[in-house]
Design a protein around this ligand. Structure first.
Ligand code: ATP
Ligand code: MG
Length: 593
């Protein structure tokens, strides 16, 4: 399906409806915002929030962002923008074990690259959940004091066994009836490092018989002696994600907390926790509202961070930004534009079901974006020399015939590219056939073609080496047929081939990327995604560029005529040692060849 061919009514997005209804009902009217995250008193002291809604994008800094995250970024930042709100970038860094500064930096860079920012009116809304550890601790003591949380010393196995399952209610822990005073003492001992990792946890006291297993006294805090990238060794207890996340939202004055469907069963706990802490006067009302939407999955791509990390660690790819990776860093290096990624995200709207999007749709969004902005050039990817045997006789051996072509057919203001024709040019190996297959209009003995923007030539044969491989194609120039001259149309030809003069060609490395996986759902079921790898996902070769690309800057797109879109590699390209990545072909098709 071509995205270009699709009609353009706004895609269904039920999150818009949720926001519109809240705005119409005045649900969040008159909310105060303290200028920064904080508790109820902090926000009460602030002015009425100028942001009509607040959303957030909350990545865990344990890997690079991927195309699925782009969906969440575009939704959260896009909805805030569209409704006069503000979107926070929040690092959900409450788990000390896997998080690193490298990931924090990469995430900031890629959200910016996508075109979003979190500065409004001189305030930066970039936050770290780990800065809320003090509040989270205080909130936990409050829950304990109110008889709503207890320290459980059962072993993890006992806890699991006593949780019950869908058909069996859970069993109360023997520690469930401890007094608040006892629990407080124990919890402080946990904090002060008096107990071993895993010896006990703090649990909410809700209902061990609840039909929703997430309400059967979920864990709130665990003991874990681990160095944290932000708080160092200050804490040896860390909050659980399900406890931390609602509190983070509330402290930041978030109105709409959009998350993916798998959190639906957590919503009752989200509401319970915030309701209790608001009743206790710790958190401001109205509380944030969690709304779940369907994940975006892309065919031929995996988006589990764990699996992406395995690709990097096992050196199946060269790094997180390998141009075959579905990370935003990889897509960028491959040549995807922020506008193409945003378009894909916007066109897919939001619904209550997880969706699978054909990778071809993303590719088409990219072509639609590049078509109008990538200058054109000729390049020869699989070169063989073509010798014009009557050149000297017609023009003299030293003659070079100046030729030109528009830099872009739709942008005359961009001017002309200049190059020249001489006695020897590079052409594509497959533009010549000794014995032409049916319907082949390019070079074969006796056939005439035009060297695009140059002259008509007639093929006379070829030369081969001892192995029978063609080393040179031979042709003669048909006089007075130069493009743009009165004689140009005198000789009709069916084929028009691209070429680059041997005398003025620029040598380049070409990285011909293809899909990393052969299967539409590489990690479906229990399958090991390694078995679905495409062995031809990268071919590195050397080719020739027309001279207009001499001195080309890094990370700049170009359309190689007949071949497709390429981009100079943002890391390895040098003006004097070019490296071009194939982005995508001109038409839909496997690998776009
Ligand atoms: P993983 O489970 O692979 O670590 P994650 O989804 O847990 O990935 P986070 O860093 O927690 O990674 O994600 C940040 C936000 O991006 C979350 O709100 C999450 O729901 C959202 N998100 C992640 N993947 C997708 C996806 N495929 N479609 C839409 N939103 C997504
Ligand atoms: Mg996560």
């Amino acid at each position: 399906m071509s995205a270009a061919a699709k009609p353009t009514p706004a895609p269904a997005n039920f999150l818009r409806t949720v926001i519109e209804q809240d705005l119409a009902a005045g649900t969040y009217d008159g909310r105060h915002f303290g200028g920064s995250p904080g508790d109820a008193a902090h926000h009460a002291a602030g002015a009425v929030d100028p942001a009509r809604i607040r959303t957030r994008f909350p990545p865990e800094p344990n890997g690079y962002l991927h195309v699925g995250h782009a969906k969440s970024i575009c939704l959260n930042f896009g909805l805030a923008r569209d409704f006069g709100g503000i979107c926070h970038l929040r690092f959900d860094d409450t788990n000390p074990e896997k998080e690193e500064q490298e990931y924090v930096d990469a995430i900031v860079e890629m959200v910016r690259w996508l075109g979003f920012d979190w500065e409004t009116g001189g305030t930066s809304h970039l936050y770290y959940a780990s800065n809320y550890f003090d509040f989270m601790y205080r909130a936990a003591e409050t829950l304990i004091e109110r008889g709503l949380a207890y320290v459980d010393e059962q072993t993890p196995e006992q806890m699991r066994a006593n949780r019950g399952d869908f058909s069996t209610p859970g069993t109360d822990s023997p520690f469930r009836s401890r007094t608040p005073a006892e629990n407080l003492t124990r919890f402080r001992e946990m904090r002060d490092g008096l107990h071993a990792d895993g010896a006990m946890v703090l649990r909410a006291k809700i209902d061990m018989a609840s039909p929703n297993i997430n309400l059967r006294d979920p864990a709130l805090y665990r003991i874990k002696r681990a160095h944290h990238h932000n708080t160092g060794d200050r804490w040896c207890i860390y909050p659980m994600y399900t406890y931390a996340h609602p509190i983070e939202d509330a402290l930041e004055g978030i109105t709409h907390s959009f998350c993916t469907l798998e959190f639906e069963d957590q919503r009752p706990f989200y509401d319970w926790l915030l309701g209790q802490l608001a009743d206790a006067g710790l958190l401001a009302r109205p509380c944030p509202k969690q709304v779940e939407f369907g994940r975006l999955n892309l065919t031929y791509v995996i988006t589990s961070k764990r699996k992406l990390k395995a690709l990097v660690d096992e050196k199946i790819v060269t790094g997180w930004d390998d141009p075959r990776m579905p990370t935003l860093a990889g897509l960028r290096r491959r040549g995807y534009t922020p506008a193409a990624v945003r378009r894909m995200a916007d066109d897919t709207g939001a619904s209550k079901t997880n969706i699978w999007l054909d990778y071809a749709v993303l590719e088409q969004c990219l072509r639609d974006d590049l078509e109008g902005q990538a200058p054109r050039a000729m390049a020869v990817i699989d070169p063989v020399p073509l010798v014009l045997t009557n050149w000297s006789e017609l023009f003299g051996a030293e003659h070079r015939e100046p030729c030109h072509a528009p830099a872009h057919p739709q942008h005359p203001a961009w001017g002309l590219r200049q190059f020249s024709l001489g006695p020897e040019v590079w052409i594509e190996r497959d533009d010549f056939a000794e014995v032409p297959p049916k319907g082949f209009f390019r070079l074969f003995p006796g056939n005439k073609v035009r060297l695009k923007y140059g002259m008509v030539i007639e093929c006379t044969g070829c030369e081969k080496d001892a192995e029978g491989r063609i080393t040179r194609v031979l042709a003669t120039v048909v006089p007075d047929t130069k493009s743009g001259t009165p004689g140009a149309d005198a000789v009709k030809v069916k084929g028009n081939i691209t070429w680059v003069g041997v005398h003025d060609a620029v040598a380049t490395e070409l990285r011909l990327y293809d899909r990393l996986f052969r299967e539409a759902q590489p990690d479906a079921g229990d399958r090991d995604f390694r078995e679905a790898l495409n062995p031809d996902s990268l071919r590195v070769t050397r080719g020739w560029l027309e001279p207009s690309l001499a001195g080309w800057p890094a990370e700049r797109h170009v359309q190689f005529e007949r071949h497709g879109y390429f981009v100079s590699d943002r890391k390895d390209h040098r003006a004097d040692a070019p490296v071009f990545n194939r982005v995508t072909g001109l038409k839909d098709g496997w690998g776009g060849k």
